[in-house]
Design a protein around this ligand. Sequence first.
Ligand code: AMP
Length: 400
Amino acid sequence: MNILVINAGSSSLKYQLLNPETGDLLAKGLCERIGIDGKFTYKPQVDGKEKLDAVDVAMPTHSEAIQTVLDALVDPKNGVIGSMKEIDAVGHRVVHGGEAFNQSVLITDEVMQALEDCIPLAPLHNPANITGIKACQACMPGVPMVGVFDTAFHQTMPAKAYMYALPYEYYENDKVRRYGFHGTSHKYVAARAAAMLGKKPEELKLISCHLGNGSSVTAVDGGKSVDTSMGFTPLAGLPMGTRSGDLDAGILQYVMNKYNMSIDEMLNVLNKKSGVQGVSGVSSDFRDLENAHKEGNERAGLAVDMFNYGVKKLIGAYAAAMGGVDAIIFTAGVGENSVSQRLDIASGLEFMGVKMDAEANNVRGKEAVISAADSTVKVLLIPTNEELMIAMDTAAIVKG
Ligand code: AMP
């Protein structure tokens, strides 16, 4: 069975063709500058097939982009499948499913309407996701499409975790609540953690740390998300590459009055000029910060310290929320690669049974137990694979 996984942005579209049963990746790539001049990248994962790297292809809309992807996949010379019949279904990443979707879903006309209804909650992302779905439907009539939501995994949170202490009508009338994001990643690594530990998900209390350019930490109790650090939008929680994370809302009034800023200008600062970039003045990239700190830049060191401290506090909070923790998971760019940040985050947690093994932790990008043999809380490195999770969900739904 082959599943085409699509992640559509407003002017870009990432794709992967994979077999969810074996986990084999057949091809992946990217369409960029859709609606502008169009650049196409194709990376077949089969021996003897040639890749294309940002070649010019006219893509006035997402439909031409999808058609370009399909043509490449079935190309007689460099394609990886014989015909379109070998694509069994398409899994679409959708950012926001609101309260309407607590799991992945077969896309129908009704579902499309519900996705439209979620646009106010994710005005930048959901319209692009919907455009991607419509383009696929036009190019691949009759092929089942499935929507997989970043928010769905977190719909199991109890009200005490997802409510904001605002007048209740903002929730009732306007759906203002914590939704949480990165759900597909947290779901995938939590399932892998259970497999690595030889336990059922229902038996485990996990804390999943998805640490990348965007970061979130999730408490997973018995296989279900019970709390997560992102909120109504992906701006909340930890400081990130350029996002501020949580802050005192009173700061907005103070800064906006002082500098005569509009709310849009303020949000632009919070989303694009804050986080470790804002604190360091150096970069949003954690590798740059590590290098700058080694060369004596103290603000780069401070930015990383603030980030690591934020993760450590969330681990403590979620262990308290769940009444314990069996394993802590590190994933995404920083979590999978930064030996020093993992050590720093876990240091000082010995009181709650976390003991790292420095040698075992000296590893990048592959599944590993990185805690000491006598650590009561296991610490796991698990590379995330959102595309495989989307393909697995899609296959499960199509098979019924
Ligand atoms: P992601 O958003 O998951 O792609 O993660 C991107 C972040 O991971 C960037 O800030 C990178 O600097 C960071 N990252 C990637 N490799 C390393 C590394 N070897 N050490 C520290 N951070 C890394």
